[in-house]
Design a protein. Structure first.
Length: 200
């Protein structure tokens, strides 16, 4: 709800708070019946949740976002932080990443989701300076980028888009790169080109 207000409908589309609430309530039965059940079949899911950095937060301006990635999918290697398969908690704020209150926290680790093995990457908080995102990007692996810094470049290119300073924009960018990579690998396989050659 907080994401819809600040990131989409009010910021991007100019709707009033009352109209957003009414719209959400009107669409909730359809969401529950047709959209929400699809999560169990998805290879990647982005969940937008309340922050855990601010106790009893009621404003919803800071978001916690999870990227849930299914394991064992052909051509899809989940993104990981530092060490694949480990459980990691990382607070990168300091000399290399500017963070105002309440800061930023990343988490990564294995989990289960609808009875399936997944890797979960989580970001809580928001970036103050997108140009410093390269520091975070350098600690993530399996991003499906074509060059070092491509995630940061894409985020900077769309810096005025809603969510560009938090995990919604970061994880949507990463999923976009993953989709491109999957597409290229599937096309290469159909053409009989080895997967590694297709990436060059």
């Amino acid at each position: 709800f907080a994401w819809k207000i600040q990131q989409r409908d009010m910021a991007e589309r100019g709707h009033s708070l009352e109209s957003i609430k009414a719209s959400i309530e009107a669409r909730k039965p359809d969401f529950d019946a047709f959209i929400d059940p699809q999560k169990q079949y998805a290879d990647a899911v982005i969940e937008v949740l309340p922050t855990q950095l601010i106790p009893d937060d009621n404003e919803g301006k800071v978001l916690r976002v999870k990227l849930i990635m299914k394991e064992g999918i052909k051509f899809f290697n989940p993104v990981y932080l530092f060490d694949e398969g480990s459980t990691i908690n990382w607070i990168p704020c300091g000399r290399k990443l500017t963070c105002s209150y309440p800061g930023i926290k990343f988490s990564y680790g294995p989990d289960t989701y609808f009875g399936q093995e997944v890797s979960v990457l989580e970001m809580d908080g928001q970036f103050d300076r997108l140009d410093e995102l390269i520091y975070v990007e350098s600690h993530l692996s399996n991003l499906s980028t074509k060059f070092y810094g491509e995630v940061t470049q894409q985020m900077l290119k769309h810096a005025d888009f809603p969510g560009s300073n938090n995990g919604t924009g970061l994880f949507q960018t990463i999923v976009g790169l993953k989709i491109r990579d999957l597409y290229e690998q599937i096309i290469a396989e159909r053409a009989g080109v080895p997967a590694e050659a297709a990436k060059v």
